[in-house]
Design a protein around this ligand. Structure first.
Ligand SMILES: *[C@@H]1O[C@H](CO)[C@@H](O)[C@H](O)[C@H]1NC(C)=O
Ligand SMILES: *[C@@H]1O[C@H](CO)[C@@H](O)[C@H](O)[C@H]1NC(C)=O
Ligand SMILES: *[C@@H]1O[C@H](CO)[C@@H](O)[C@H](O)[C@H]1NC(C)=O
Ligand SMILES: *[C@@H]1O[C@H](CO)[C@@H](O)[C@H](O)[C@H]1NC(C)=O
Ligand SMILES: *[C@@H]1O[C@H](CO)[C@@H](O)[C@H](O)[C@H]1NC(C)=O
Ligand SMILES: *[C@@H]1O[C@H](CO)[C@@H](O)[C@H](O)[C@H]1NC(C)=O
Ligand SMILES: *[C@@H]1O[C@H](CO)[C@@H](O)[C@H](O)[C@H]1NC(C)=O
Ligand SMILES: *[C@@H]1O[C@H](CO)[C@@H](O)[C@H](O)[C@H]1NC(C)=O
Ligand SMILES: *[C@@H]1O[C@H](CO)[C@@H](O)[C@H](O)[C@H]1NC(C)=O
Ligand SMILES: *[C@@H]1O[C@H](CO)[C@@H](O)[C@H](O)[C@H]1NC(C)=O
Ligand SMILES: *[C@@H]1O[C@H](CO)[C@@H](O)[C@H](O)[C@H]1NC(C)=O
Ligand SMILES: [Cu+2]
Length: 591
């Protein structure tokens, strides 16, 4: 469907849209009723006017000296099946507390976040687990939410309480990490209030960007993992692109005409106040596509990439690979009676309708009207993140030479039975839900001769490690590392020539795009003994093997105080899996 026809659909139907409970359940995101966020949660004792005292972006190394407020922020999540029509096309989703997008978690820098997760997935019962993207999990390595790595899945009708500290601040998200479950709706924002590289007046809050499918994840992954002898690789195609869980859909192009469908679901709406500066927290929560985000007639000032505050720079387009976040400040310098289009274009993936729209209303604009604004005339910038030269962390760290350097080659191919798989160093990842590597390592076992497909890379007692990742595939990949921020030393096409961008203060982040037929060179400090996935955040690629398990400092894992609850989870999972209901259709890893 072309942009024009989708715009016509919008124009024809804007006055009446579906009710919020029909599109998004109990979530208020994307409505004018969504409240703006505070500068911090003020229900605590302040020191020097803030909950985190005099710590700021330039005087504190957050990896070593994050504040500890002692405050615990508690949340209760129940994951259940539900039926919604986010874009007007009805489908079954997995919902957290009846909401899509899932509830936003808020905390101050240095607080502890505690989330009790109950698995209420019924009908076809499934395991689950929740990953807190970008959180370091120092001293809570078993709380990362990755089945087969740090825990057994939470069995149906069972509960697990996650507890971890907000050592970093800014914008992130959480999502199910069991198979491709998150693409069915288990995605929510996390806002950690902290210092900012540049002041602003109003915090608009999280803006989740996501390609969207009209079929459930299980159906997609089933076809993805089927044998296709002699056939090209399967490429799932998204049906729409959503902003905070909303977009319209042209029902006349629906492939299944017996599904309930309305072409007037309604768009996300945001408010600007003339003359004020607004903070937007952009997050790509999608399955396959990169996002190119822009606001007609407005320039954006980038202040953070992932959980890393950067020296502010201006742009008209923000590119986000899956899992990436970018915080921007936007000055409301438009006309107070106008409305403007917010756009997010899904790129680098197959899409039937890649153009997401939302509406930005100034204070005197008619909130029933639609904008007439035109997009920036921006050149296509492919799938690449902003140049490393542009992204300068506020807190400078020189990583120095690594204690250890390893090459890792990414390839794609068909095995002897015609299954298309992604490989890391010639081995396609597959986990064992029943044997989390962290728990084996706590018991002193770090050798798995019968399980090469666990792709464990043991960095031993090295104090730091560097990976030269060669992407020998014709596709770019958003590569995510758990438990750390990566120092991003070099990115490009072809083969690395040994040059490092700004060795005294390289860009740091937790997801970085590696170009097609290119390289990504990254380094990490081995300050976090544990088992950490380094994987592609494209759900379909992780499902079919694009991951390794970096086993860091196993000697120290033996001394971690992993609580009894983690072992209890495995007993419950053992009991459930013994009933034969577990249908592991893929690598098991999913973000
Ligand atoms: C951070 O705090 C230090 C004092 O500890 C001060 O010198 C510096 O200007 C502050 N930086 C910012 C960006 O506020
Ligand atoms: C559990 O899921 C079922 C079916 O979706 C739903 O009816 C029930 O309300 C859910 N329970 C809770 C506590 O959310
Ligand atoms: C079309 O949707 C209906 C109603 O949800 C469903 O019963 C049917 O199986 C679907 N058909 C196909 C081909 O997916
Ligand atoms: C938006 O920018 C375009 C191109 O610069 C300009 O022609 C137009 O007047 C602007 N619109 C508003 C409402 O500011
Ligand atoms: C960045 O954009 C802001 C707001 O539009 C503007 O005030 C500022 O001058 C720009 N900075 C640069 C370096 O262009
Ligand atoms: C997004 O797509 C629209 C519609 O095709 C196009 O006009 C616009 O330039 C695109 N924006 C970016 C940033 O590529
Ligand atoms: C890994 O990739 C690099 C760059 O493409 C290539 O030179 C090298 O031979 C590959 N190594 C293996 C073992 O395939
Ligand atoms: C190919 O990969 C699939 C999926 O992992 C697996 O089930 C199948 O056994 C593999 N075939 C061979 C010959 O190894
Ligand atoms: C990947 O293969 C290369 C070449 O054989 C080897 O040097 C490297 O150590 C391997 N990497 C890992 C993580 O095993
Ligand atoms: C990759 O694995 C296949 C099958 O196990 C083997 O034949 C091939 O030699 C391996 N290639 C490399 C570069 O290790
Ligand atoms: C370690 O665990 C693996 C996987 O369960 C098992 O195959 C192996 O025998 C264990 N090794 C020891 C020494 O227990
Ligand atoms: Cu990928």
């Amino acid at each position: 469907m072309g942009v024009l026809s989708s715009l016509v659909t919008l124009l024809a139907t804007t006055t009446s849209s579906l009710d919020q409970p029909v599109t998004n359940g109990l979530s208020l995101l994307g409505t004018l009723g969504a409240h703006s966020l505070p500068k911090f949660l003020s229900d605590v004792r302040l020191v020097d006017g803030s909950p985190w005292g005099d710590h700021n972006c330039t005087n504190t190394n957050p990896y070593k000296a994050a504040p500890d407020t002692g405050v615990v922020r508690k949340y209760d999540f129940t994951i259940s099946r539900g039926i919604l029509s986010p874009d007007g096309y009805e489908r079954s989703l997995l919902l957290v507390n009846g909401q899509y997008p899932a509830p936003t978690i808020e905390a101050n820098w240095g607080d502890t976040i505690e989330v009790t997760v109950t698995n209420n997935i019924t009908g076809v019962a499934e395991g689950t687990s929740v990953h807190w993207h970008g959180f370091l999990q120092h001293q809570s390595q078993w709380m990362d939410g990755t089945p087969g790595f740090t825990q057994c899945p939470i069995a149906p009708q069972k509960t697990f309480t996650y507890q971890f500290r907000a050592e970093l601040f800014g914008t992130s998200w959480y999502h199910a990490h069991y198979s491709a479950q998150y693409t069915d709706g288990v995605v929510g924002a996390v806002v950690v209030y902290g210092p900012t590289p540049k002041d602003y007046d109003i915090d608009i809050g999280p803006i989740l960007l996501s390609d969207w499918y009209h079929v459930d994840y299980y159906t997609t992954v089933r076809s993805l993992t089927a044998a296709r002898p002699g056939l090209p690789p399967p490429q799932p195609t998204s049906d729409n692109n959503l902003i905070n869980g909303k977009m319209n859909f042209d029902c006349s192009v629906a492939t299944n005409t017996s599904v309930k469908c309305s072409s007037n679901a309604g768009l996300s709406k945001f408010k600007f106040q003339s003359g004020k500066t607004h903070r937007l927290r952009l997050i790509n929560t999608g399955a396959d596509a990169s996002q190119q985000f822009s606001i007609d007639n407005h320039t954006m000032t980038v202040i953070a990439n992932d959980f890393v505050p950067v020296q502010p720079y201006n742009t008209t387009v923000v590119t986000l690979g899956i899992g990436q976040r970018t915080d921007v400040i936007v000055e409301a310098d438009g006309d107070s009676h106008e409305a403007y289009w917010i756009r997010s274009n899904a790129t680098c993936a197959k899409a039937n309708q890649p153009y997401a729209l939302a509406v930005l209303y100034y204070e005197n604009a008619d909130v029933d009207g639609l904008p007439k604004s035109s997009p920036w005339n921006s050149p296509s910038i492919g799938c690449a993140n902003d140049p490393l030269e542009t992204t300068v962390p506020m807190y400078a760290i020189n990583p120095g030479e690594p204690a250890e350097t390893t090459t890792l080659n990414m390839t794609v191919g068909q095995n002897a039975t015609g299954h298309w798989l992604w490989y890391m160093n010639n081995s396609s990842f597959r986990t064992d839900y029943n044997q989390p590597v962290l728990l084996l390592a706590e018991g002193g076992n770090t050798s798995y001769p019968d399980s090469p497909e666990w792709n464990v890379v043991n960095t031993g007692s090295a104090s730091s490690y560097r990976f030269i990742v060669n992407n020998d595939t014709p596709t770019s990949h958003p590569m995510h590392f758990h438990g750390h921020n990566m120092y991003i030393l070099a990115v490009g096409t072809g083969v690395w020539d040994g040059t490092i961008v700004r060795p005294d203060n390289p860009q740091r982040r937790d997801v970085q795009n590696v170009p097609a037929n290119g390289y990504l060179v990254w380094q990490a400090d081995a300050d976090n003994p544990g088992t950490w996935p380094f994987h592609c955040h494209i759900a379909w690629h992780a499902s079919t093997g694009l991951s390794v398990d970096i086993l860091e400092n196993p000697g120290q894992i033996e001394h971690l105080a992993i609580p009894e609850a983690s072992y209890q989870l495995c007993q419950e999972w053992q009991t459930f899996s013994a009933t034969g209901q577990v249908d592991q259709i893929d690598s098991g890893l999913r973000l």
